[in-house]
Design a protein around this ligand. Structure first.
Ligand code: FE2
Length: 478
């Protein structure tokens, strides 16, 4: 027991604690103790969007995208505050140890002002060119003083091999809260995926910076390491004008915050384009505008350089699975080209349900599923395309009563798709937000004619909403 300097007084340690408590209460009126005393029932305050998504000189929203030839080129885009106007990227072949830092080359960025509803920012982008195929690279972005971490990616292989990618339908709503788990679950099941395709409606309001902030935060470093191909949906378009004169245009966020290929038809740069991974040609189409211009472009492209596998992706489905969403105009405009070139797989969003067709034959399709071909291994004389509609976010609609050609349906289920292509085989899996296998099939190339389609039978039971109770007619007045 030590002697006290203040006989008859509380021990010094107690005095210090009391003094500290009083000081904190005075200088920190926001502390819970004081707030609780003053407003015992005050609700917690939400952080304002402008604060939650404020840019700084540190780069954020870093997103990698393939160039048209991802064996030799990649592009990256990112965001900063306006006081970091000199964007730079550094690139090196990735090394076992830290020596990549000494070997890195520095590339100046293209920088654009990006005014948003939450305030001004800057968007920067760099294209990494002349890369070696099948090679792991490390890169970072910044301004010379403020840098991101070193991030790694791999270029596509020079020769066809195994190619795996992931598809997400509409993320759109409660993105950070509810879509994060889907994109992160996908990375658990396909950790070495070479590409992520987003078939539109990434956000609900195309010029709402907080929603874009949520989308980027949800994918976090996955966006910076796995190249992405975002494709615009109707929610990435914004209304212009009023009444009969109203039109829509692509959100100003799109071309600034992504660095996508510009090899599509004029006027559709970064919304309609194509990239090649080995034996697979991926085609992004824009189902929001210039519908008539795209079939001729696609026809010419596939005539010139089809590749063994062709996967098309866009937002509005050719065959809808949701109520009141049939899109006959788009089907009439685009399906003949898909038929002519035997497009293997079409990935779509928009419907907020799940629907997957069998091998849809060329020509006008049957109007309803009652007339659709059935069976596990179907054969058609020329070609057949599998159409998929999916949703990854929490907004869910009703499946239509008439869902032409759809063989597997789903409601109230957040999903992602893993597609793996190797030689003559395409393996497709549709998985739920907790990774359960919801749908799956394999397509096999045959010497002639359409693909063989083999369905998986180890699937989760179909998830459908319980039937709604029939509406009883009101009793007639006596
Ligand atoms: Fe949507």
């Amino acid at each position: 027991m030590h002697a006290s300097l203040f006989p008859g007084q509380p021990a010094p340690r107690v005095i210090v604690w009391i003094a500290l408590g009083l000081t904190l209460a005075v200088i920190s009126p926001g502390l819970p103790l004081r707030a609780h005393d003053d407003h015992p029932h005050a609700p917690p305050l939400a952080v304002a969007p402008a604060e939650a998504h404020r840019p700084s000189r540190l780069p954020d929203r870093i997103i990698l995208s393939p160039t048209a030839d991802p064996a030799h080129g990649m592009a990256v885009a990112w965001r900063t505050s306006t006081d970091a106007p000199h964007g730079l990227a550094q690139l090196a072949a990735a090394t076992h140890g830290p020596e990549l830092r000494e070997r890195a080359v520095t590339i100046p960025a293209r920088t654009e002002a990006h005014p948003t509803d939450l305030g001004p920012s800057l968007c920067h982008s760099v294209e990494f060119a002349d890369l070696e195929p099948g090679t792991r690279y490390a890169y970072r972005v910044g301004d010379g003083a403020n840098w991101s971490e070193w991030l790694q990616f791999e270029t596509a292989a020079a020769h066809p091999g195994r190619f795996q990618f992931v598809h997400f339908g509409d993320a759109q709503n409660d993105i950070l809260s509810m879509w994060s788990r889907v994109v992160r679950e996908a990375s658990r099941h396909a950790p070495r995926a070479q590409l992520m395709i987003h078939s539109g409606d990434l956000v609900n309001a195309g010029e709402n910076d907080a929603q874009w902030g949520e989308w980027f935060r949800a994918g976090s470093f996955l966006h910076a390491q796995i190249p992405s191909l975002p494709i615009p949906g109707n929610h990435e378009y914004v209304k212009v004008g009023e009444g009969d004169a109203a039109t829509s245009r692509l959100s100003h966020h799109w071309r600034r915050q992504f660095a996508l290929p510009e090899n599509g038809p004029p006027g559709l740069e970064e919304t309609c384009f194509s990239v090649v991974y080995g034996d697979t040609r991926i085609v992004a189409l824009n189902s929001n505008e210039k519908l008539a211009e795209q079939p001729a472009w696609l026809d010419e492209l596939l005539t010139r350089d089809r590749r063994r596998w062709v996967v098309c992706s866009f937002h509005h489905p050719i065959f809808s699975a949701a109520k009141n969403r049939d899109n006959a105009l788009l089907r009439a405009a685009w399906k003949p080209v898909f038929d002519k070139h035997g497009v293997d797989l079409v990935l779509q969003g928009h419907d907020h349900v799940y629907g997957r067709s069998g091998l849809v034959p060329p020509g006008d399709p049957p109007a309803t599923i009652e007339n659709a071909p059935t069976g596990v291994n179907r054969v058609d004389p020329t070609s057949g395309t599998v159409y998929v509609v999916s949703v990854s976010g929490p907004k869910q609609y009703d499946v239509s009563d008439s869902h032409p050609l759809m063989e597997r349906l789903g409601e109230d289920t957040q999903l992602f798709q893993i597609i793996e292509i190797e030689g003559d085989e395409l393996r497709f899996e549709s998985r739920t937000a907790i990774g359960a296998l919801y749908d799956g099939f394999t397509l096999r190339k045959r010497a002639t004619g359409p693909n063989e389609m083999i369905l998986r039978n180890d699937l989760l039971p179909e998830r459908r909403r319980p039937p709604k109770p029939a509406v009883q007619p009101a009793p007639s007045a006596p």
